[in-house]
Design a protein around this ligand. Structure first.
Ligand code: GLN
Length: 467
């Protein structure tokens, strides 16, 4: 049986119908990972053995039985090395399991490997990883985007059928756009952050990265929900995403022209073409006016650094891990800036003001969602940049994520879907933003686009080279 390109949903069916054994699926992905990882560097650690005893022929009633997934290396996985791509945690073997990976484990998944990322999730290129950067499967001379670049590359090259990432200011959506896959940042609090190495705690969102909308919805279903270990996780009931996804709703879609400024012409054109298609599909499209993304960049830069300076304070080298001398340049820059904005005399001018503007951004989205179901726009201002560009921008992460940070500042859900290729043959992503806890409408809309257009052929094209 040729498993190449099969979605998680398809693999589940094959395992259930006994057309393929779970152990064969495991071996298939281990083999592919060993073959392609040396050039891609998508993994920091690859697991040698499955953690569940996957016996041929025995199929327990577990939804993800036999499904191997790649998990970003900032998720604590018990007994497995967890580095957040920083040498500070070089030899850290986590003594406990994150809530997300516990839930996946209870569903029977197999941890295939821990994926490379920007160290501590700071950045949008994987360049800040202490374990070398990950290469974009579309063009090995380019960045995969970040910070969940390893997870995105693993899915795009099909060395994993799906992956888990984390998004603080775009880290799932950005690499998903640059690698041409589907990535969702859920509503803040929809998925527990327990056991995810903290970056910007009021922004961090764990989320799924997949080849199909259905896979994405299925993984979120497993990951979401209230967790007693995370006080910020939400008690809002988790709907049945997949059944809600398949009713063909006619949606009212908003476009914010503010999000089109300074975007590469190829991306603009692809987006406008997509808008025409959406109208033809029978959805109504209206212009909405949102606060300029520039405000979100400022808010994010200040608040995220402040939270980083506090969160990274625990790595003092006394209780566990290596000492502070192992922090890279980017982490040091962020700690210093955060400490500065929180210090006496600057707190009111920076941190407090940023929090006030953050409230305005939230209110702006709330008001807009009174009128529309979803808001769409480009996901990134440019497609995947060449390796080396990072050095040229002091705030690379912010610039690349300027269209992603508004949803992060507000805490609303947002997804990146692949819509086309640019003239350099690189994938272009479109962002779909939804109202608080309304991931259902995002799935519904993305699923319709996936079913009724050929836009998602980008995903097929991307993996073809890795057959
Ligand atoms: N680009 C943003 C940054 O550099 C986002 C990173 C993230 O979401 N983890 O901080």
């Amino acid at each position: 049986m040729d498993l190449f390109g099969k979605t998680i949903t398809e693999l589940q069916a094959l395992i259930k119908e006994k057309k393929v054994a779970a152990s064969e699926v495991w071996e298939y992905f281990v083999k592919r990972s060993k073959r392609h990882n040396p050039k891609l560097n998508a993994y920091v650690s690859l697991l040698e053995k499955p953690s569940n005893p996957i016996v041929k022929g025995i199929i327990p009633k577990m939804e993800l039985w036999g499904i191997p997934l790649a998990v970003k290396d900032n998720y604590c996985t018990k007994g497995v090395r967890t580095t957040a791509s920083s040498k500070v945690l070089d030899d850290f073997i986590s003594p406990y399991e994150s809530t997300v990976t516990s839930k996946l484990k209870l569903s029977g998944y197999e941890l295939l490997g821990k994926t490379n990322m920007d160290a501590w999730a700071h950045g949008a290129s994987t360049e800040t990883s202490d374990y070398g950067l990950t290469k974009n499967p579309w063009d090995l001379g380019r960045y995969p985007g970040g910070s969940s670049g390893g997870s995105a590359a693993a899915v795009a090259a099909y060395i994993a059928p799906g992956a888990i990432g984390s998004d603080t200011g775009g880290s799932i959506r950005h690499p998903s756009a640059w690698c041409g896959i589907i990535g969702l940042k859920p509503t803040y609090g929809r998925v527990s952050r327990y056991g995810v190495i903290a970056m910007g705690s009021s922004f961090d969102c764990p989320g799924p990265m997949t080849q199909s909308v259905e896979d994405n919805a299925m993984l979120l279903q497993i990951m979401a929900g209230k967790d007693p270990y995370d006080a910020t996780s939400s008690p809002v009931a988790v709907p049945d995403y997949r059944s809600k996804m398949k009713t063909k709703r006619k949606l009212k879609i908003g476009i914010a022209r503010e999000y089109l400024k300074g975007v590469e012409p190829d991306i603009q054109t692809a987006f406008e073409n997509m808008v025409d298609v959406i109208k033809k599909m029978g959805h109504s499209v209206v212009d909405v006016s949102l606060m300029s993304p520039e405000y979100s960049i400022s808010v994010y830069t200040i608040a995220q650094r402040a939270e980083v300076s506090s969160n990274l304070g625990r790595y003092d080298g006394i209780r566990y891990a290596n000492n502070r001398a192992y922090f890279g340049q980017e982490a040091k820059r962020r700690i210093m800036l955060g400490t500065y904005t929180l210090s006496h005399g600057y707190y009111d001018a920076f941190y407090k003001k940023a929090q006030k503007v953050r409230t305005l951004i939230k209110n702006n989205f709330k008001k807009t969602f009174e009128d529309v179901d979803l808001i769409i726009g480009p996901n990134t201002p440019v497609t995947a940049l060449k390796v080396g560009e990072f050095e040229k921008y002091p705030f690379f992460g912010e610039l690349m994520d300027q269209l992603n940070e508004p949803a992060s500042a507000a805490g609303i859900p947002a997804m990146s879907i692949p819509i086309e290729l640019d003239s350099k043959n690189l994938p272009i992503g479109m962002q779909i933003m939804g109202n608080y806890f309304d991931e259902s409408s995002i799935f519904n809309f993305a699923y319709q686009i996936e079913q009724e257009t050929n836009f998602f052929d980008v995903i097929k094209k991307g993996r073809e080279k890795y057959k």
